[in-house]
Design a protein around this ligand. Structure first.
Ligand SMILES: Nc1ncnc2c1ncn2[C@@H]1O[C@H](COP(=O)(O)OP(=O)(O)O)[C@@H](O)[C@H]1O
Ligand SMILES: [Mg+2]
Length: 159
């Protein structure tokens, strides 16, 4: 299975889909989120936190100045937002390899800012803005990630 797409018609639905994915992830998982401002990436991360059993997920937000937030759940969630990262040098200074594939689940907003080319083994979610309340989510992944996506697709079509 190469991947699948789903249309979300509300923020609640996007959060629910994130939750379903969070429930399937094990430590070491990496999720790369791509899409314009307002496309729903942070909304999805809130759901991912729900699915990992994180209780303080009302605090999940796109950090203004802090680029990495850490939340405690079934496994730690490292929430990274590269919106404010301008170049390769700044990216290097973040030492993201300390988080990625480590002791928790890592999710990266604006993952297309120069980091994907140096990584492999991740689930990619591309968000497209359709209209005020509708977003298209395109899921793809390689290797082991395909099994997770197959299960996610089944769960998403059930509810
Ligand atoms: N189907 C939807 N999924 C996600 N967000 C939606 C949806 N419809 C409307 N929205 C709104 O779009 C905005 C998405 O914001 P956010 O998740 O912070 O985006 P991003 O992190 O991609 O910049 C929120 O204000 C949310 O209420
Ligand atoms: Mg965001």
């Amino acid at each position: 299975m190469k991947g699948f797409s789903v249309i979300s018609d509300s923020p609640e639905r996007t959060r629910e889909i994130g939750c379903l994915l969070g429930g399937l992830l094990q430590k070491g998982a990496l999720v790369a989120l791509i899409g314009e401002l307002g496309a729903g990436k942070t909304c999805f991360v809130k759901g991912l936190a729900d699915g990992l059993g994180i209780s303080d997920n009302e605090y999940v937000r796109s950090p203004s100045f802090v680029i990495i937030n850490e939340y405690r759940g079934r496994t730690p969630l490292y929430h990274i937002d590269l919106y404010r990262v301008n170049n390769e040098e700044e990216l290097g200074e973040l030492n993201l390899e300390d988080y990625i594939y480590g002791n928790g689940v890592t999710v990266i907003e604006w993952a297309d800012k120069g980091i994907l080319s140096s990584l492999e083994g991740f689930i990619k979610v591309c968000f497209s803005y359709l209209d005020e309340y509708r977003r298209k989510l395109d899921f793809s992944g390689d290797g082991l990630r395909k099994d997770i996506l197959t299960r996610l697709k089944a769960l998403v079509s059930e509810v």
